[in-house]
Design a protein around this ligand. Structure first.
Ligand code: IMP
Length: 200
């Protein structure tokens, strides 16, 4: 089975081959092999809604099954923001650095106990016609640190300290992240669903 990972996010593209390695015979394609600029408006108010929209629109262009992931960070002290707006939290031309800077500014000197947050991830797989084949969700609890630390990962990883750890995801590195992340949890639930699809 060939599935296109419908994302331009290089961080996500790096993580998926390992996360789905347990599905025998699964071949993952990336957007680099498609027209570069499939610009999907992520305007749904749920992660699942956006993931399904992205997967469906890209599948219509690519003519092959697509997997899309919508993910983001929910910060309790911000009432769950930035949530589905995580990628563009600091504006339309946001970068990981400007998003992290805005988050630190908004949280100010809140105590560690008040800096709780979680990453959420929804994955939806559709066939070439946009029919949903599988979906799965995952979350990773933690808190927001006081300064960016670490060089691995992407997005808010330099600020996110997972529950049970003292280092950020960007310090912990890909092996640990791929065991505990929101994307890892969602992918682990997706693996048996994809295996099921492969059966004759
Ligand atoms: P989208 O799913 O492409 O709409 O964007 C998700 C945004 O949430 C990313 O641009 C990051 O800012 C953030 N995000 C999602 N997953 C992660 C992660 O694993 N680590 C750090 N940031 C993440």
């Amino acid at each position: 089975m060939r599935i296109l990972i419908a994302t331009m996010n290089a961080g996500k593209r790096r993580e998926y081959p390992r996360l789905l390695a347990a599905v025998p015979g699964l071949e993952l394609e990336t957007m680099a092999s498609l027209a570069e600029s499939v610009d999907v408006q992520e305007d749904c108010d749920t992660f699942v809604g956006n993931a399904k929209k992205k997967a469906t629109e890209v599948a219509a262009i690519a003519g092959m099954p697509c997997l899309s992931d919508d993910s983001g960070l929910e910060v309790d002290a911000l009432g769950g923001r930035p949530g589905v707006r995580s990628a563009r939290y600091s504006g339309e031309s946001a970068t990981d650095a400007t998003n992290n800077a805005k988050l630190l500014e908004e949280l100010g000197d809140l105590s560690d106990a008040a800096r709780t947050a979680r990453f959420r991830c929804a994955i939806v797989v559709v066939d070439s016609e946009g029919r949903e084949l599988a979906r799965a969700e995952g979350a990773c609890e933690g808190r927001i640190g006081r300064e960016p630390k670490g060089a691995h990962g992407f997005g808010y990883d330099p600020l996110f300290i997972p529950e049970g750890f003292t280092q950020t995801l960007a310090e912990l590195g890909p092996e640990t992240k791929n065991e505990i992340s929101h994307r890892a949890e969602a992918a682990a639930k997706l693996v048996p669903l994809l295996q099921q699809l492969q059966r004759p």
